[in-house]
Write a protein that binds this ligand. Sequence first.
Ligand SMILES: [Mg+2]
Ligand SMILES: [Zn+2]
Length: 274
Amino acid sequence: MTNNIVIVFDFDKTIIDCDSDNWLIDELGFTDLFNQLLPTMPWNSVMDKMMMEFHSNGITIEEIEKVLQRIPIHHRIIPAIKSAHALGCDLRIVSDANMFYIETILKHLGISEYFTEINTNPGYVNQEGRVRISPYHDFNKASHGCNNVCPPNMCKGLIIDKIQNSIFEEDSKRFIYLGDGAGDYCPSLRLRERDFVMPRKNFPVWDLICKDPSLVKAEIHGWSDGEELEQVLMNLINKIMMEEHVQFISSDCKLQTLSSPVLVSLPKAVSVRP
Ligand SMILES: [Mg+2]
Ligand SMILES: [Zn+2]
């Protein structure tokens, strides 16, 4: 079963119920060091430095994985993802976390195979057994050039453009975008009239959208927690599938009305012939 719906999820505070960087740092007891470093360099660079600190303090990859595996997630999120996938939606992730965290967590939750694509900052374990994290856009070489509230290492709006351009028959696709952060505002602005944005209520993306909702072309549907996310998402999928079904029927009817004059004229043509 497939449909024409592409669902793009943010990861932190959308799929999982906290920020993965903060979770790891707090659980490993490095909050003070993190807070000291944060004013001195971009978040993404701080995280790579934190991984070096973990490594030099003897924290192993296994320990980091164990902490990531007990990250909080609302109990309705996995059923929502499984239902959307079963209905034929194309599920993708666009996240300012990193590949190492996301792959570790999705694999642990047993939901890796439901996603077509993960767009995030590169993250991998190097030969020394240290996690390396690098920016999605290498801002040391060139700025991504976006003037919205996007961090230097990632403009999710550009990623949405890339996804839209990469999809076959993109014009017939309907996007649903879910997120909570300020970085989710830029992709919300890229969506079209027939798309949907699901901002988390009273989170930064919600506040930005509420300042001037007319700037967002897509339909806006807020959610507060995993339960509401599931309800709103399922309603939207149903709504789109119903609309597409109605369109299918109406194009069928058009064919019938087009073909009936042909049928009517046929006997006349036959009767003229002899
Ligand atoms: Mg987020
Ligand atoms: Zn941007």
